[in-house]
Write a protein that binds this ligand. Structure first.
Ligand code: VGL
Ligand code: ZN
Length: 239
């Protein structure tokens, strides 16, 4: 049975598929818990409905079936390149940014200008109260460079510098990456797309994610890239 309340709140729920349970295939699942931080739930960049995923995310964190559980934290310096304030421009406008090592501005990247959020060592950057943080095997801090944006848990927005994540997943022999957290249309989206690029069978647990804008935009793109969708209940039954 579909979770009626969820469907009602999210008309863009994508088609989910069943996690295969063939025992002859290796199945080594990892859980990525993306940016469950105060600013994205209660603070300067609140994601609609974010607090409603906390119970499921906590249950997933407690499942023993995941080989490794890695959390991410957006962790920006005060004048980060992604902040509207840094550029004295209106919120949510889009600008082109350049890599700090590209003074000739040969290759630009589109950047949405955000409210100041998740500044390192402020309360806004802390994990939300009630999140089961003591079961994480590792925490990745991203977006720490003043001039470089980083949505994905795997690498920066330029695809240049990798985080610890690719090495950790490889070391554990992971086959399947499961993503939950915030925000579905930014950090979860880019993390899931990179997980596919890095060769993992990749799952977004749709009722463990909330987005800043409409879910459908991100989900259509993810589907085209080969990301699969599943639901909390199926993960509970199979992992
Ligand atoms: C995020 C916008 C800016 C996210 C991070 O966690 O999805 N979104 N920084
Ligand atoms: Zn950010």
């Amino acid at each position: 049975m579909a979770d009626a309340k969820y469907t009602e709140a999210n008309p863009f729920i994508p088609q989910t598929e069943s996690i295969p349970s063939d025992s002859d295939k290796p199945f080594v699942p990892a859980l990525l818990i993306i940016d469950m931080q105060n600013d994205f739930v209660y603070g300067s960049l609140p994601v609609p409905g974010a607090v409603t995923i906390l119970r499921k995310v906590n249950e997933l964190i407690k499942f023993p079936g995941f080989k490794i559980k890695v959390a991410t934290r957006d962790s920006h310096p005060e004048e980060h390149v992604s902040f509207a304030k840094t550029h004295q421009k209106p919120l949510f406008t889009k600008i082109t940014i350049y890599h700090p090592e590209d003074p000739d501005k040969l290759m630009g990247l589109e950047q949405v200008l955000w409210p100041v959020h998740c500044v390192a060592s402020t309360g806004g950057a802390d994990f939300i109260p009630g999140l089961v943080v003591d079961r994480f095997d590792h925490t990745i801090y991203k977006g720490t460079h003043p001039k470089i944006e980083s949505y994905s848990a795997f690498r920066d927005a330029w695809g240049r510098n990798e985080t610890e994540l690719p090495g950790l997943l490889k070391e554990k022999g992971v086959t399947d990456v499961f993503c939950v957290g915030l925000a579905g249309d930014f950090c979860v989206k880019y993390t899931a797309m990179d997980a596919v690029e890095f060769g993992y069978r990749t799952w977004v647990i749709v009722d463990g994610v909330r987005s800043i804008s409409h879910d459908d935009v991100a989900w259509n793109e993810l589907k085209e890239r080969g990301v699969r969708f599943t639901k909390f209940q199926d993960v509970k039954d199979k992992v």
